[in-house]
Write a protein that binds this ligand. Structure first.
Ligand code: CA
Length: 495
């Protein structure tokens, strides 16, 4: 039986650094599968510069999945290599695919300093040099003494990087373009933000160097072989040469011997055309997260009834190229106190999740705290400590099975009102009792006449959440008048 694909990002920024995530995931795979989850994006599994505390986005050694005593710890923030592999096996037993988080933009925590020819650039326009070439000193040599050449003896040095942000000799923080044999400046990237946004942070990887490209391919093959993952989530694509990324994915697909699911993070919340250009340049090898839809959710949640819900999909990736969009409500960067902080207010989350889970297009990706909740503390931009409480979205415990059991068949849209929008799914013959009607309002109580299909004539629909007590009987033409509460969503299903 065909099943809707449903992903979960099984972590968030503030998940405890106690090495428990892989085991926790393994323990949850049975429950997740019963909820209809078909794939899980797990955080970077390799050793970061902060060892057992590293969230994973400052990678030190891609070959150390919690196996070697490096950076003060054998395990990573999430556990050991053995636990990671066991968790993936457990997921597979429960019919859940696992996607590995791949950070190819930069490395951190170099083992030795080197003297490097470099030029400073203007941080606001990276194509503009603001110094002549001179020697700086930086931690660009990675020898991985704790691993002792196991799996790979590749040593990263300054020829493997395009830039750094620290001169140890002059104690100077700036953006330095390394003057190596591969070019005077940065690699080509997909858009011209900051002039050229190849450089994001730390030691920026140089993919014009053939030995780097070969090493990353070799590593990818090793990773697939060791872990048996089913695909990848690619980090920071805005800052990586798109032609390299497409080649790497094509290579991985050719050696995998099985289909690989690939979704990338390209952070642009305003210009879907930039995302579409990226998809073109990577020859459709990489689906993208719909960052524009995310910011619509954020804005809608802030504006309340002043947001025009009929335009919620206007200008989004899922509208422009539904086959390539992975939709999400929040992630580890947008959650409160994080770098791209743009959370969706709690009241709107059930509406946003209905918009990604119960429609026909897009592959939805849930965020861990939406299912599990989270409490954490961190410093905000104001330098003060803040306590954050993210409550679980209770509706998801019903909405996920509704996606799995009922969200099939023809979709009819009624995205036609400033405050009250809805749609129906007719259901299909493959899934018994399938079909549903969704109505949501960001203002007052809502009602709307919608068609669910003639095959439902005479049948009764009820609100699966129980927010509305009415019974809606479908007329002979297949129409019913559905209702929802103020600032709420109701999902109507066959009684
Ligand atoms: Ca880069």
């Amino acid at each position: 039986m065909t099943k809707n694909l449903t992903l979960i990002q099984f972590f968030h920024w503030y998940y405890p650094s106690d090495g428990s995530l892989w085991n926790h995931f393994a323990d949850e795979t049975n429950r997740l599968s019963k909820l209809g989850i078909t794939g899980a994006w797990l955080p970077p599994a390799y050793k970061g510069a902060s060892g057992g505390l590293d969230v994973g986005y400052a990678p030190y050694d891609l070959y150390d999945l919690g196996e070697f005593d490096q950076k003060g710890s054998v395990r990573t923030k999430y556990g050991t290599k053995e636990e990671y592999i066991r968790a993936i096996k457990q997921a597979h037993r429960n019919g859940i695919q696992v996607y590995a988080d791949i950070v190819f933009n930069h490395k951190a925590g170099g083992d030795e300093k080197e003297i490097i020819p470099a030029r400073k650039v203007n941080p606001d326009n990276r194509t503009e040099f603001i110094s002549e070439k001179y020697d700086i000193e930086s931690y660009t040599k990675f020898t991985f003494p704790g691993r002792k050449g196991m799996y790979s003896d590749y040593v990263w040095d300054w020829h493997s990087f395009t830039g750094v942000d620290r001169d140890e000799k002059a104690q100077d923080n700036a953006i330095f373009s390394i003057q190596n044999e591969y070019g005077e400046g940065w690699e080509p990237v997909n858009d011209d933000e900051m002039g050229n946004y190849d450089y994001l942070m730390l030691n920026d990887i140089e993919t014009r160097n053939e030995s780097v490209r070969e090493e990353l391919k070799k590593w990818g093959e090793w990773y697939l072989q060791q872990t048996d993952v089913d695909g990848f989530r690619l980090d920071a694509l805005k800052h990586i040469n798109p032609y390299f990324m497409a080649d790497w994915i094509a290579h991985m697909r050719s050696v995998a011997g099985r289909p690989l699911f690939v979704v990338g993070e390209y952070w642009n919340v305003a210009q879907t055309e930039v995302l579409l250009r990226y998809i073109d340049r990577t020859r459709g090898e990489i689906q993208l997260f719909d960052t524009v839809l995310h910011i619509h959710f954020h804005n809608a949640s802030q504006a309340g009834k002043d947001y025009d819900l009929s335009g919620i999909f206007h200008g989004t990736l899922i509208e422009a190229n539904p086959m390539m969009a992975v939709t999400f409500v929040d992630n580890h960067d947008t959650q409160p106190l994080q770098s791209l902080e743009s959370p969706v207010d709690f009241w709107f989350k059930p509406l946003a999740y209905a918009l990604i889970l119960l429609r026909e297009s897009g592959i939805p990706c849930l965020f861990y705290p939406a299912l599990y909740g989270s409490d954490y503390k961190d410093k905000g931009p104001d330098g003060e400590d803040h306590d954050v409480h993210l409550a679980a979205v209770e509706e998801l415990k019903l909405m996920l099975p509704l996606r799995y059991e009922k969200a099939y068949g023809v979709q009819r849209d009624y995205l036609d009102h400033y405050n009250v929008i809805g749609w129906t799914r007719e259901g299909d013959d493959e899934h018994d009792h399938s079909g549903l009607a969704v109505l949501m309002s960001n203002g007052d109580e809502g009602f709307k006449s919608m068609e669910v299909g003639k095959k439902h004539a005479g049948k009764t629909f009820i609100d699966a959440f129980g927010y509305r007590k009415e019974k809606v009987v479908i007329d002979k033409n297949g129409w019913g008048t559905f209702l929802c509460n103020p600032g709420s969503v109701s999902v109507w299903v066959l009684r």
